[in-house]
Design a protein around this ligand. Structure first.
Ligand code: CTP
Length: 412
């Protein structure tokens, strides 16, 4: 039984499959077939190196479509230009993704059809790396992968095992079924494979999550804000959605990609965030992760404030609404309200007091004196009426999963 049957729906989507130059290229031919069975069509680009391992003829026969390989082929360009090609799919998949193609993509080098397409695409890119273990472990490759991940790319594999080159280790391309699962997860808008395969205990529940900083204008070109990256809030929104919740993510200005499976509402100021939150109610759960600016300039004129030789006029600030407190005391209060406490000292003491002051059910406290703001890790302390539960230092994704699981447990 195919996964579609298991999920009850057939996908009617198309991927752009870039086949790089590696011995694993033959597996990509299987991938085309596996995807077709799941209702996912493939349009194929083969790099010059790729054609040393599989032929455009086989890829074309299996995909039932033209196969593209040369940027300077006028017939190809007339039929479908590289820009159009890069937009003609719901997802771009690079399999096998060689060290070379990832290095080029990480640095924006575009010197053939595949890399030009990767630079021009407005779609998400999923890489299935395949290479010798030493090349995989090389600092340069790992650096490039980090860069691509920061740019929003997805990865599947590589697996560990015996390699065609006779060595043993990590670097073997994931199996076609596994890559197809990752493709399906991305196309179905779940952020992780857990989201595709895992249980959905939050089905039927709605969740409201705020994230990122707010920006409070001083004049048309200046503002007050803070260092919040939005990473933790975005990860929590994605993790709740992966568990089946219908998530509205209300976000201040950040430079990261939102999870594909949430309703994103972008705002700038605290006042706008409050209005968006009120409009999103009722909701079963509210997770207030945003680093809302506590104050805003009392006035913001239509014109840029100019220097006039004297010391500048003092900035008069007024307090912003407390969004968490407003929602936790609202008539249509979400049944579970989770606040965050960013503290630099006496973390548990301050968080415990904050939980009561803000009338929320739980407070997630974290010590922001280190690298939490803007970093990729977090060490959370969950403060509830039962006391404080200290969690280990985890990636923000894993912290988010743990909190989402806790929320699901609460509703179970
Ligand atoms: N919060 C909010 N609206 C505000 C300020 C904070 O919704 N205007 C929320 C945050 O999203 C977080 C919680 O309140 O969930 C606590 O934020 P924090 O900055 O730690 O606390 P403050 O309320 O600013 O209190 P203090 O500055 O005294 O620590």
């Amino acid at each position: 039984m195919g996964r579609n049957a298991a999920l009850g729906t057939v996908l009617n989507k198309r991927i752009l499959l870039i086949i790089g130059g590696g011995i694993a290229a033959y597996k990509s031919l299987f991938l085309i077939r596996v995807l077709a069975k799941r209702g996912i069509a493939s349009r194929v680009i083969i790099t010059r190196g790729g054609t040393e391992f599989v032929t455009p003829l086989s890829a074309g026969a299996l995909s039932g479509d033209n196969v593209y390989s040369d940027l300077w082929d006028l017939t190809d360009e007339a039929e479908m230009g590289h820009i159009e090609l890069s937009r003609s799919a719901d997802l771009v998949v690079v399999a096998p993704a060689t060290a070379d193609i990832m290095a080029k993509a990480a640095h924006g080098i575009a010197n053939d059809l595949a890399t030009t397409t990767l630079l021009a695409t407005d779609k998400r890119v999923l890489y299935a790396p395949a290479m010798n273990v030493r090349m995989w472990e090389a600092a340069a490759t790992q650096r490039n992968i980090e860069t691509l991940k920061k740019d929003g790319a997805l990865f599947i594999g590589p697996d560990a095992g015996a390699m065609a080159c006779g060595e043993f280790g990590e670097g073997r391309m994931a199996e076609p079924e596994e890559i197809a699962d990752a493709i399906e997860a991305a196309l179905r808008g779940v952020t992780t494979l857990d989201g595709l395969k895992g249980p959905k205990p939050l089905n039927g529940k709605s969740a409201l999550v705020t994230a990122g900083p707010t920006r409070e204008p001083i004049d048309p070109v200046r503002y007050l804000s803070n260092h919040s990256s939005g990473k933790q809030g975005y990860a929590i929104a994605g993790a709740l959605a992966d568990l089946g919740a219908d998530v509205t993510l209300i976000s201040g200005p950040v430079s990261i990609r939102p999870p594909a499976n949430v309703n994103l509402v972008k705002i700038e100021t605290a006042v706008e965030m409050l209005a968006a939150c009120k409009a999103a109610l009722p909701s079963d759960v509210f997770v207030s992760v945003a680093a809302v600016a506590d104050w805003r300039p009392a006035e913001c004129g239509a014109k840029k404030i100019k220097k006039n030789g004297d010391s500048p006029a003092p900035l008069i600030l007024e307090e912003n609404p407390d969004i968490l407190k407003t929602l936790s005391t609202a008539e249509n209060r979400p049944s579970l309200v989770v606040g965050f406490a960013a503290e630099t000292n006496d973390v548990i003491k301050h968080a415990t007091a904050k939980r009561l002051r803000k009338t929320c059910d739980w407070i997630v406290a974290n010590d922001v004196s280190g690298d939490v703001m803007g970093g990729d890790h977090n060490k959370m302390i969950l403060v509830t009426e039962d006391g404080a539960d200290e969690w280990p230092r985890l990636s923000k994704q894993d912290s988010a999963k743990r909190l989402a699981a806790k929320i699901a447990e609460h509703f179970a």
